[in-house]
Ligand binder design. Structure first.
Ligand code: GMT
Length: 386
């Protein structure tokens, strides 16, 4: 089967998940064609003979204050579908991938070369951006035109049904983790450098957008540090980085925090972590938390959105209301204070993450692919004969 995967190529969760899916499918013998504007970040970590990358180039012109990415994307889809003889397209993040796919398919219908497309909803394409009335009509239409719709959590599925007039079933396929790559490895030399006096290491990974509430991360850390020796590693970059760094300086705790920026070898950093902090405003799933758990790191998070589906209160970590940094700090201290308790939480986090191992989840996508292709070609045959 030849599968086109359309995604954002960045560090964001939807792009990461789409890339991991493409790698897993290629390992199983599928031919995978990524269509996006840059090589996806996680693709750069090794060569995969069954994976192809097709760059969407958006030519500029003085008239274009806003270069038309969606038009360039739809045209690239048409070319790749025809020239590479794709069997289906799998779109990750609805905007603008689903509407571009609809457009590409309308073009291809003229020559009978059209193929089905599947849209996977990841989160902000629904919860923040998609709901905006500027985008909503196109998002609703293109989701409904998809041959299958999947969402990464029950919570996101429910929220989509509440927010849009969806005419089809939405199937939940949870995100997954590749435990061969995300597991704890011996990185004690890093730990020695970053926490020379045996301090506990807390980690946060995100795109530093307001939805991540990175200021809450520093507030929680400050309260933890008042009770026990600790260091904080902040991984990622984004709009709130400067202000959160300023806040840490103002609180006189900057010396105990390392802002490491965007990093590719996240599992090496997670290998030395004792606790992962994710105090998001909303989170459809929280892939970064799952990857932490796979490395044996318990999670302190909010109870927003799909986080309740991966972080088990009192077992793999704790969940608190959005903004309740006192509660999050209290739970963090409870986990970190005692070695035996910490080990207990670490083991439980790892055991729970294993339920989301890739071999349990990839077959769910494979089943959808086979079904959608079979239904689409059956419908095509029926329509051609009348
Ligand atoms: O918020 C992010 O980290 C980026 C965003 C994206 O679309 O790339 O992540 C969303 O998709 C991830 C993969 O399915 C989920 O794990 C994240 O929870 C989700 N983000 C939000 O819902 C805020």
């Amino acid at each position: 089967m030849r599968i086109g995967i359309v995604c954002y190529p960045t560090f964001g969760g939807s792009g990461v998940l789409a890339t991991e899916l493409g790698i897993a499918l290629s390992d199983k013998g599928y031919e995978v064609h990524f269509i996006t504007y840059e090589q996806p970040v996680r693709l750069s970590q090794g060569f995969h003979p069954n994976i192809y990358f097709h760059e969407v180039k958006v030519p500029t012109y003085p008239l274009f204050d806003f270069p038309p990415y969606e038009t360039a994307l739809a045209s690239t889809m048409v070319n790749v579908i025809v020239n590479q003889k794709l069997d289906l397209l799998h779109l990750h993040y609805a905007i603008p991938h689903a509407s571009a796919a609809y457009f590409a398919r309308q073009i291809l219908k003229k020559t009978g070369q059209d193929i089905p497309f599947i849209t996977t909803l990841h989160g902000t394409d629904i919860t923040l951006v998609g709901k905006d009335s500027t985008y909503a009509p196109v998002v609703t239409f293109s989701i409904n035109e998809s041959d299958a719709i999947t969402a990464v959590s029950d919570s996101l599925r429910e929220e989509t049904l509440r927010s849009f007039e969806i005419e089809k079933a939405i199937e939940v396929v949870p995100n997954f983790v590749d435990v061969k790559r995300f597991h704890q490895t011996d990185k004690n030399h890093f730990k020695q450098m970053l926490a020379p006096d045996g301090e506990r290491i807390l980690v946060h990974v995100s795109n530093f957008r307001s939805v991540k509430r990175v200021h809450d991360v520093v507030k929680i850390f400050s309260a933890v540090k008042n009770e026990l020796p600790a260091k904080l590693l902040m991984i990622g970059d984004g709009p709130d980085r400067q202000s959160v760094e300023d806040m840490a300086r103002g609180m006189n705790i900057y010396g105990d925090i390392r802002f490491l920026g965007k990093q590719e070898q996240i599992s090496e950093i997670l290998s030395i972590a004792d606790l992962f902090l994710l105090p998001s405003q909303t989170e459809s799933f929280g892939l970064s938390a799952l990857e932490a758990m796979a490395c044996g790191v318990p999670v302190i998070s909010t109870n927003a959105g799909g986080l309740q589906e991966i972080n088990v209160h009192g077992k793999t970590g704790y969940l608190s209301d959005v903004g309740d940094t006192d509660d999050m700090a209290r739970h963090a201290i409870e986990i970190l204070r005692d070695d035996d308790n910490l080990i207990h939480f670490k083991k439980a986090a790892l055991a729970h993450a294993r339920k989301f191992e890739k071999q349990h989840i990839i077959p769910m996508y494979e089943e959808i692919y086979q079904r959608v292709i079979a239904d689409y070609s059956a419908n095509k045959k029926v329509n051609c004969c009348f």
